[in-house]
Design a protein around this ligand. Structure first.
Ligand SMILES: Cc1cc2ncn([C@H]3O[C@H](COP(=O)(O)O)[C@@H](O)[C@H]3O)c2cc1C
Ligand SMILES: O=C(O)c1cccnc1
Length: 334
């Protein structure tokens, strides 16, 4: 397929390779869909919300209640993810997979699929059982199915869940060769004391998970509801031929799960950006992905993917909307 893509790009009314890295991105896009006329529309972002027992163990600068506040903000349309989704013309959905607090009643882009009121604290025991993990995976898989049934070709998963860079660090250390300390960053703004607690908890949770014989059980023990849902979303989206545009560190932890439990999923993935979280580069490298952007963003909520999306639109426009040199009567001179 690579030769066919190169021939297509080289035949267009421009000097060979003149669009530089956009041609590499166009090539990636084609490979995710297996067709030269790859599309970036219709597209959809699905945000998965979940809480984490470990937030109560001192791993985050913020309390779990902020998840509920941000979910209310997303439902009001005023969060970063809403603004960027609107700017990129990307319809947004929000799914409660496992938040704490009262159930939310929302507009039609909200779905209550809550499986539990937050995961268990992973510093002292497994975060999720295999049954909880599988139920969350199924929620994400159903979201991908619904989107693809509606004609969507490009999918973005985002997350909201205070504490979730801790399971992301655990999963990255568990599923790549990265040292647990190198997998831990400041997340949403941990100070030195919180960072030290986070390092200690991640190291012990990873050591415990590494001793669990069953891979699914080991993953579940350091995962979270929204992360498991994103993994199911990715695995299903990949199986059904959609392009998956990845966000930051938390999203990539879910991508690592998807690739491990549904091998080959990575063929559908494009990395939108490299987050400022220090372990993200290693997580992307383990998947063999090169990020489109490296802009020191570290929010989550799908924001990095949404910032990269217009570049994918440019790649699709190059593939689909440019005339060939022979059609304008010019001879190749390069
Ligand atoms: C106001 C606010 C909005 C956010 N939007 C995404 N996150 C991001 O930060 C959290 C993970 O960082 P940690 O593991 O350090 O808690 C997640 O909710 C993630 O989505 C936010 C965090 C905050 C505080
Ligand atoms: O890269 C991410 O996904 C990220 C970074 C910081 C906080 N929340 C998410």
């Amino acid at each position: 397929m690579i030769d066919e893509i190169r021939a297509h790009l080289d035949a267009l009314a421009k000097p060979r390779g003149a669009m530089g890295r956009l041609e590499a991105l166009a090539t990636e896009l084609v490979l995710t869909q297996g067709r030269i006329d790859a599309r970036t529309a219709p597209r959809r972002i699905v945000l998965f919300a979940g809480d984490h027992g470990c937030a109560g163990e001192g791993v985050s600068a913020w309390p779990s209640e902020v998840t509920q506040m941000m979910v209310a903000t997303i439902l009001s349309g005023r969060a970063t993810s809403n603004a960027l989704a609107a700017a990129a013309d990307c319809p947004l959905r929000l799914v409660d997979v496992g938040m704490m607090g009262p159930r939310v009643a929302g507009p039609d882009f909200f779905r209550d699929a809550r499986i539990g009121d937050g995961s268990a604290p992973l510093g002292t025991g497994p975060a999720l059982s295999v049954a909880q993990f599988d139920a969350a995976w199924a929620v994400g898989a159903a979201e991908a199915d619904a989107a693809i049934d509606a004609g969507v070709t490009l999918l973005i998963a985002g997350e909201m869940g205070i504490g979730n860079t801790t399971p992301a660090a655990c999963l990255t250390a568990l599923l790549t060769a990265l040292d647990p300390d190198a997998a831990v960053g400041r997340g949403a703004g941990a100070d030195d004391a919180v960072l030290a607690t986070k390092r200690r908890i991640v190291a012990s949770a990873v050591a415990r998970a590494a001793g669990v014989g069953d891979l699914r059980e080991a993953i579940a023990s350091v995962a979270g509801y929204e992360i498991a849902a994103m993994a199911g979303f990715y695995a299903t989206g990949a199986r059904r031929g959609a392009t998956l545009l990845l966000d930051g560190y938390v999203a990539t932890a879910a991508a690592l799960i998807a690739e491990r439990l549904a091998p080959g999923s990575v063929r559908a993935m494009i990395a939108g950006h490299r987050s400022a979280e220090p372990g993200h580069g290693a997580a992307l490298a383990a998947l063999g992905l090169t990020p489109v952007l490296d802009w020191e963003m570290r929010l989550g909520e799908g924001s990095g993917a949404l910032v990269a999306l217009p570049l994918l639109d440019a790649a699709a426009a190059l593939l689909n909307d440019v005339v060939r040199l022979d059609q304008i009567g010019a001879d190749r001179a390069d």
